[in-house]
Ligand binder design. Structure first.
Ligand code: FEO
Length: 403
């Protein structure tokens, strides 16, 4: 089996030696519809260096790819940019197999590795901004704390202009294509946005600081070798501008309508709300919860200006799938939104108030009071729902008319 796995050249001194996880469909609550990859990189200077490793079940695949280039035991140093187990799960076994002279990590990285593996082993700590010769080539290091863990770090190889960016600039996308320019643009654009929305969105202020600091690195980045999905090899890299756009979370003219329904009343109310939004001239993304995963809703919210949520009341409570998605979104801390709520009920009607409570906790101002309808909406209720949609639309920023 192992012989089938080959390394893929990335630049003069770098090979991709990672693993493709075709089957992964859930990454702690994020639906990875297209699987993922765990990227690791072999740097072949006078003496080889390994950048990151892979999730433990994929260790043999990575070792086979390394062995397709050189003897793994000739590796003199391993750099661990991030301790999360999709990148370090195989690290103990890899270190035992290749016995490198050095294991390199940031200070928080060394702490996190020790806490994961309960090690007493020596870890060579690199400081933010440090230059270091490893295996006969110069490497630079920059801490990227909270992108997305305290230990996250970038490693840069100046001679090839390769930035090993770890989780940053990645996407969960399995494929035979190793480079973004080989992938359908609409696919990589959606998967990169989904990755940002579901992993990096809460850290948008940190992304902004990193991008502001980026020029001070004075790094000639020609390749961005991320640890998930395809590699960016053709500058200028659109993903850097997209990160600036996504982190800014400027309000837009798009409303996301999310709803659950029991006997179709809240669904019919949703249609009237949508009619009102469209009458107000805004773009609308309709996301019925029975057919939509929370991570796709987060992706659509990333570039939205409004979040409109419909929940029936069940047993004096918000509908469970609505609570699920709002709990998830609350943790992702979307900004630049206005909100509104609607829903049907039988005799108590707490669902809409619970949605509004979530919005208050999420610092999403309400465009209008929520609309509640007992049992089944009539024409007056539909008019209220349409008016709600129009009130939300009036709060959104419409694009300037073209001449
Ligand atoms: Fe891909 Fe934070 O691990």
């Amino acid at each position: 089996m192992a012989e089938a796995f080959r390394a893929v050249p990335v630049s003069e001194h770098v090979h991709w030696v990672g693993a493709v996880d075709w089957k992964l469909r859930d990454f702690h609550g994020y639906q990875t519809t297209h699987g993922t990859s765990y990227n690791a990189f072999l740097v072949t200077g006078p003496q080889p260096v390994l950048i990151d490793t892979v999730k433990e079940p994929f260790r043999e695949e990575m070792m086979a790819r390394i062995a397709s280039v050189l003897d793994p035991q000739s590796i003199v140093a391993v750099v661990s940019n991030h301790a999360e187990l999709d990148h370090s799960g195989s690290l103990p076994a890899v270190l035992a197999a290749i016995e490198p002279e050095r294991l390199i990590a940031s200070e928080p990285g060394a702490k996190a590795l020790r806490e994961h593996f309960h090690w007493a082993r020596e870890i060579d700590v690199v400081r933010d901004g440090e230059r270091r010769e490893l295996g006969g080539l110069e490497f630079l290091f920059a801490e990227t704390r909270m992108l997305h863990w305290p230990d996250s770090m970038f490693t840069f190889l100046p001679c090839d202009g390769v930035l090993f960016s770890n989780d940053a600039f990645g996407m969960h996308l399995a494929g035979t294509e190793r480079f973004v320019d080989q992938v359908d643009p609409s696919l990589w654009r959606y998967e990169a946005a989904k990755y940002f929305a579901n992993i990096l969105l809460p850290f948008s202020p940190v992304v902004k600081k990193l991008l502001a600091r980026w020029p001070s690195f004075e790094w000639d980045v020609r390749v961005i070798a991320t640890d998930h999905g395809p590699i960016w090899r053709r500058p200028p890299h659109p993903i850097v501008d997209l990160y600036a756009e996504w982190a800014a979370q400027e309000p837009t003219d798009k409303a996301v309508v999310v709803f659950a329904t029991m006997w179709n009343s809240t669904a019919r109310m949703a249609q009237a709300v949508i009619d009102g939004l469209l009458a107000g001239g805004v773009r609308v993304k309709v996301m019925p919860l029975a057919e939509t995963h929370r991570s796709d809703i987060a992706t659509e919210v990333l570039d939205a200006g409004a979040l409109v949520v419909g929940s029936p009341t069940i047993n004096n409570e918000i509908f469970p799938s609505v609570a699920d998605v709002l709990t998830y979104l609350k943790g992702l801390k979307p900004r630049g939104l206005v909100g509104a709520a609607f829903g049907s009920y039988g005799w108590s009607g707490e669902g809409v108030r619970r949605v509004e409570g979530f919005m208050e906790a999420m610092k999403i101002p309400l465009a209008a009071d929520g609309v509640r309808v007992r049992y089944v909406p009539d024409e007056a209720a539909f008019q209220q729902c349409r008016a709600l949609g129009e009130q939300v639309a009036a709060r959104l920023t419409l694009p300037a008319p073209t001449a």
